[in-house]
Structures are given as C-alpha cells and as structure tokens.
Write a new protein. Structure first.
Length: 123
C-alpha cells in the first residue's frame, strides 16, 4: 500500500515520466526524413500506408525501369480488390509497361500483379 502511495506522490510531482509513448495518430509520420528502400524486382505493399501506395508504386516502377528489371511483381493483397484496381490504373497509364497480369498461384495469385517493362523505350 505504501508503494502505491509513493508512486502516486511521485506521479503527481512529475518526478517520473511514463515510459510508454502514446500511439501515433493516423496522419502522423514516424520518420523525419524519407525512408530509403532496397529496390528489387518485387515490392510488397502491405507495410505501406494506404495514402502513400500510389506515390510509392509510381516511384517504384520508375526505379525498376532505371535498374532494367524486365518484370516486377507488385504484392497488393487480395482484399476487396481496391488496391489491385489502383495498381492496375497506374500500370495502364505508364507508357513503358508492356502488359500486366495476375501472378501465378505460387507467387501470390490474385494478391499480386506481374508487370512487364519495355526497357528499350526512352522517355
């Protein structure tokens, strides 16, 4: 009982601080600078906040072409298909994407899209 009273007194006097920080808000960014990601022929969007997916995918396919990847696999998840549709709209309007299609079952099936890049096109 004395320990609880001592703790309450210390807390009231602000001699101790909580070690647990409150969670970030929905729009708060935990990073003060851009995060650099390794560019490979596969990107998994599960860890990307939904509001940032479009920008990340657009930048990713530009980097993939610069690195001369003939194909990329974009893992977007199955869900209700909204993210898949957004990814495919981006691919539709990207001039150097030759074609895209669902990944084979062992590579994600409907939860991933494979895009073929035209490495000869400049621009």
């Amino acid at each position: 009982m004395r320990l609880i009273k001592l703790w309450r007194d210390l807390w009231k006097n602000k001699e101790i601080e909580s070690e647990v920080e409150p969670p970030l808000g929905r729009d708060e960014d935990p990073f003060s600078e851009p995060v650099l990601m390794e560019i490979r022929d596969v990107i998994d969007l599960h860890a990307i906040p939904p509001k940032q997916v479009k920008a990340v995918v657009e930048e990713y396919i530009l980097e993939a072409r610069a690195r001369r990847f003939p194909y990329v696999r974009i893992i977007h998840g199955k869900g209700i298909g909204a993210q898949r549709a957004m990814i495919r709209k981006i691919l539709d309007r990207t001039s150097f994407i030759i074609r895209y299609y669902d990944a084979p079952p062992e590579a994600g099936g409907l939860g991933a899209t494979i895009a073929e890049l035209d490495l000869d096109q400049r621009g």
